[in-house]
Design a protein around this ligand. Structure first.
Ligand code: S3P
Length: 436
């Protein structure tokens, strides 16, 4: 796919449903007894793989209309052994969260995924799940997929300190802890996205979250609850909204409205950073649903300046660094993003892939340790052919770069965009973007 600069971006759009909430709605729906109705589910490949997985584990999953799904769950610890292996495609979130749910059930399940997911570290969830009583019977070298996990017969409640700030690790432990008697506690030194906690509370679980240290949280969950099925309206995904948002900031004359974007403060690090850079992003129509806040966001083309992004902000914008780096290239002055070690273990080594994407398009960047510095010159040459490494966010960030650069930008493979943002190219074209 190729993106080139042209007209201003104008109009009102709603990006697809939030990926994190969509995975969790399916999984908690499968662990509740009765019918959970979901609207606005992200129908991207990652989430569809989770839908197939919970169905293979015994839940009834029905597609009742566009974005509308019903899950008839089997109850906490009620998952059944599937007939074959579960394939999570490109999605670590689906895989790691379902590992957590399986760990509390006396069943054996084989987890697998595509070439990108097979490279990603899984010990980070297998270690705490072993403390709960699950054990691994088969695993590829380096703690990688494919992995066969035997869930615990008598799951134990644990207290676990996450070694890296990761909502996936926290969520896997909490989902396993649902099946254990007593209180499961997770302590994180940097707060990560809290959708699992909020949705568990929405489904009637007794879950408490308290501050821990300067930036952390302590989450306690009382095990063996009866989860009550709920209606869930999935808000628009802020991590997807990030792409048209930055495109509108960069393309002269642009003025767009992004409808219903989730504004959970543990997801809005990008908006905070862009505002510090001088971006005009105005929140309109703020409302709450199912424990989550959302708002319409009006975004106008803005002159940006370079800033320092502190490491503590990383968990609240962990998926947004590739697109922030694109914004930084068009800013005036250098932007330094600190503490990016977790980017090395995403769908690709995103730290290297982001730097390469910018370099090949004439932008000066430097990686030093876990920090990325981008030298902004108010414009970018473009003209590059970008290697996306099976990574949807590298593909979309590169295409946004192309909408604002002096020369067209081409990506080698746009297919992975469908994992998180089906309809991305059509949505951008609808705003006036030149993508082909
Ligand atoms: C996610 C958590 C993040 C994020 C991913 C979705 C989630 O991963 O990168 O896209 O839904 O819990 P980590 O928790 O491993 O940082």
């Amino acid at each position: 796919m190729t993106a080139r600069s042209g007209r201003p971006l104008v109009g009102r759009v709603r990006v697809p449903g939030d990926k994190s909430i969509s995975h969790r709605a399916l999984i908690l729906g499968a662990l509740a007894v009765g019918a959970t109705r979901i609207s606005g589910l992200l129908e991207g490949e990652d989430v569809l793989n989770t839908a197939k997985a919970v169905q293979a584990l015994g839940a009834r999953v029905e597609h009742v209309g566009a974005g509308a799904w019903q899950v008839d769950g089997v109850g906490v610890a009620g998952l059944a052994e599937p007939a074959g292996r579960l394939d999570f495609g490109n999605s670590a979130t689906g895989c790691r969260l379902v590992m957590g749910a399986v760990a509390g059930c006396p069943i054996a399940v084989t987890f697998d995924g595509d070439a990108s997911l097979r490279k990603r570290p899984m010990r980070r969830v297998l270690d705490p799940l072993a403390q709960i009583g699950a054990h691994v019977t088969q695993v590829a070298e380096g703690g990688r997929l494919p992995i066969t996990l035997a869930g615990a017969r008598d799951p134990m409640p644990i207290l676990y300190r996450t070694p890296v700030p990761s909502a996936q690790i926290k969520s896997a432990v909490l989902l396993a802890g649902l099946a254990a008697p007593g209180t499961t506690t997770v302590i994180e030194t940097e707060a990560s996205r809290d959708h699992t906690e909020l949705m568990l509370a929405h489904f009637g679980a007794d879950v408490k979250s308290e501050p821990e240290g300067a930036h952390g949280r302590k989450i306690s969950l009382v095990g063996q609850p009866e989860l009550v099925p709920k209606t869930i309206a999935v808000p628009a995904d802020p991590s997807s909204a990030a792409f048209p948002m930055v495109a509108a900031l960069l393309v002269p004359g642009s003025d767009i409205l992004l409808a219903d974007v989730m504004t959970n403060p543990l997801r809005t690090g990008l908006i905070t950073t862009l505002r510090e850079m001088g971006a005009v992003i105005v929140a309109e129509e703020v409302r709450h649903d199912g424990g989550e806040a959302m708002a319409g966001l009006r975004v106008r083309c803005s002159a940006l300046r370079g800033v320092e992004v502190p490491p503590q902000r990383a968990p609240a914008m962990i998926d947004e660094y590739p697109i922030l780096a694109v914004a930084a290239a068009f800013a005036d002055g250098t932007t330094v993003m600190r503490g990016l070690q977790e980017l090395r273990v995403k769908e690709s080594d995103r730290l290297a892939a982001t730097a390469d994407m910018l370099r090949i398009n004439g932008v000066e960047v430097e990686i030093s340790g876990d920090d990325l510095a981008v030298r902004g010159r108010g414009r970018a040459k473009g003209g590059g052919f970008v290697a996306t490494h099976m990574d949807h966010r590298i593909a979309m960030a590169a295409l946004v770069l192309g909408l604002a650069a002096d020369n067209p930008v081409r990506v080698d493979d746009a297919a992975f965009i469908a994992t998180s943002f089906p309809g991305f190219a059509d949505l951008m074209r609808g705003l006036g973007g030149d993508l082909e």
